[in-house]
Ligand binder design. Structure first.
Ligand code: ADP
Ligand code: MG
Length: 378
């Protein structure tokens, strides 16, 4: 990256390289913005930002993947408008930093990412957090404040009403551990996974156009559910507070669709707890069953799956040594995650690639998911 930086920007004096990982969420999908529980793992795939001070007052950001350069006076960054393109992620972060009292210094940034874009492995949070570290250039922002600031950038500048999971795991990821996040208290627990299993993410290589609008629609449906439930149970502030019994008793007050959305969130929170518990007991078959139940709930109640994701899950479940699989990330494309015995990896790869190619005429990419460290100096 240093060489690439020199070629693009010239002298690399003061160059530092920052890294923030993508993630795979093992279980707890669409629960973060309902202030519930999630269980992501930081990935070896990551966004890297090489950054050095510039001498002409300008901020420049080059994305290798896009082959595009953004440039403006550093002093004007905080006043920029959203442009509805990739630069909104780093610029939204820059704006939030400036608002938080960390002025943006003139600098050149070169972005290189191994996280596939728009695949549910959170290339966006990896880009936000690595950019934030580059802009900070050693100035200290508390880890939780960093994660929240990047979430704010995505919500307010990019315009995506996301929960905290992606930015949180990009900051707090830990080698060897999954992280159970309580998205209300913003506390987490390290979860050591059983030694004799592996997780693989499989990329459908599609992202259906519906993804962003459906995400917003689900956020709104969950808010609608909370509003109706509060009429009976005023103490409820988010779906996180709703027990299965409460939900059953108010279901007649909800439209059929909203009741199903709420049922997914309420049962999914329960599955995160059950998964962590089964993991501690080494109950691999139960962990696998919970993954599959999560998928069916996302497919049938939350309705965010698609034929490619369903096909990958069913194909995986037919392979020896696979305990379970589910879609991961927002849905409508992106990746599945499968839990399997390590010795099943080669036949799994072969079978998944062959069957998916035959069905969809695309080669799915497969990524190992060894739990990796959170953001920092690369
Ligand atoms: P996900 O976070 O699941 O990968 P998102 O839609 O949330 O999907 O974020 C993907 C967006 O992040 C891309 O469309 C692009 O705007 C931005 N992005 C991610 N990685 C890069 C990169 N290396 N260069 C430029 N933009 C990137
Ligand atoms: Mg994202």
């Amino acid at each position: 990256m240093t060489e690439a930086f020199r070629q693009r920007f010239g002298p690399a004096e003061g160059l530092r390289i920052w890294r923030a990982p993508g993630r795979v969420n093992l279980i707890g999908e669409h629960t973060d913005y309902n202030l519930g529980f999630v269980l992501p793992v930081a990935l070896p795939l990551a966004a890297y930002v090489a950054a050095a001070p510039s001498r002409d007052g300008k901020l420049r950001i080059w994305s290798e993947h896009r082959g595009e350069l953004f440039e403006c006076p550093a002093s004007e960054v905080a006043a920029l408008e959203r442009r509805r393109q990739w630069t909104d992620y780093p610029l939204g972060v820059a704006r939030e930093l400036a608002l938080a009292g960390f002025p943006i210094e003139p600098a050149n940034l070169l972005i290189r990412s191994t996280v596939p874009e728009g695949s549910g492995l959170s290339s966006s949070a990896a880009l936000e957090v690595s950019s934030a570290l580059a802009f900070l250039n050693g100035r200290v922002l508390e880890p939780l404040a960093l994660a929240r600031l990047c979430q704010r950038a995505e919500r307010e500048f990019v315009g995506m009403p996301c929960g905290i999971m992606d930015q949180y795991i990009a900051v707090f990821g830990r080698a060897g551990c999954a992280i159970e996040i309580d998205c209300r208290s913003l506390e987490h627990r390290l979860v050591e996974l059983p030694a004799d299993i592996a997780f693989l993410a499989v990329n459908t290589m599609v992202k259906h156009a519906l993804a962003a609008s459906a995400y917003r629609e689900r956020v709104a449906e969950c808010a609608a559910a909370v509003e109706r439930i509060r009429a009976r149970f005023p103490e409820v502030e988010s779906l996180r507070d709703v027990s299965p019994g409460q939900l059953a008793s108010v279901a007649p007050l909800l439209s059929a669709v909203v009741a199903r959305r709420a049922r997914h969130v309420v049962t999914e929170n329960g599955r995160v707890a059950a998964f962590v518990d089964s993991s501690a007991r080494g109950d691999l078959p139960r962990m696998g069953r919970l993954l599959v139940e999560s998928h069916y709930s996302l497919r049938d109640d939350y309705q965010v799956s698609c034929p490619e994701l369903d096909f990958l899950v069913e194909t995986a479940l037919a392979i020896d040594g696979v305990f379970g699989a589910r879609m991961t990330g927002g849905g409508f494309g992106g990746c599945t995650v499968a839990m399997l015995r390590p010795e099943a990896i080669p036949p799994f790869r072969e079978r998944i690639v062959r069957d998916f190619e035959r069905q969809f005429h695309v080669t799915p990419e497969i990524y190992p998911c060894q739990p990796s460290a959170g953001a920092g100096v690369a």
